[in-house]
Every structure is written in structure tokens, then in C-alpha cells.
Write a new protein. Structure first.
Length: 94
């Protein structure tokens, strides 16, 4: 009988240790999830900053085009995009 009590106590102690470890892991998991969300937010902000910088860079590049041929090519591409947009809009209106 005594052996049984000793075994039960050991099991209780092991269960207590497991529950304690489980709670620690839950806290750590919650902390890591919060960190992950914060990092995702920072990454999104950085991506937005990069896109903004790329747009500004493109605007500066367009504004500083010196070569007439480059301007003509750019204008041609813009015209093509506009025609495609107009086609799409006309298809949607049908």
C-alpha cells in the first residue's frame, strides 16, 4: 500500500511539473505571437516606405528625362496602358 502511495505522489509531482511547464510554454507562445504580430506590422510599414520611395524615385526619373527618345517611349507606354484600360472599361459597360 505504501508503494502505491509513493507512486501516486510521484505521479502527482510529475503532473504538477508538466502543468507548470505547459503554462510556461503557453506564456511563451503568447509572447511569441505578440512579437510576430508586431514584426508583421513593422514589415508592412517598411514595405509601404519602400513603395513610397520607389514611387518618388520613379517620379524623379520621369521628371529628369532629358532624352526626347526616352520621353517618346514613356509616352507610348502610357498610351498603351490607357488604351488597355479603356478597353476594359468598355467591356465592363457592355
Amino acid at each position: 500500500m505504501e508503494d502505491l502511495n509513493v507512486e501516486i505522489k510521484k505521479l502527482q509531482e510529475m503532473l504538477y511539473i508538466l502543468i507548470k511547464r505547459y503554462k510556461q510554454l503557453q506564456k511563451e507562445n503568447d509572447h511569441l505571437k505578440n512579437q510576430n504580430e508586431e514584426l508583421k506590422k513593422h514589415l508592412l510599414q517598411k514595405d509601404m516606405l519602400i513603395q513610397d520611395a520607389q514611387q518618388k524615385s520613379a517620379a524623379v526619373n520621369i521628371a529628369t528625362l532629358q532624352n526626347g527618345d526616352e520621353r517618346k517611349i514613356l509616352q507610348y507606354r502610357i498610351d498603351l496602358y490607357l488604351k488597355d484600360i479603356e478597353k476594359c472599361l468598355s467591356l465592363l459597360n457592355v
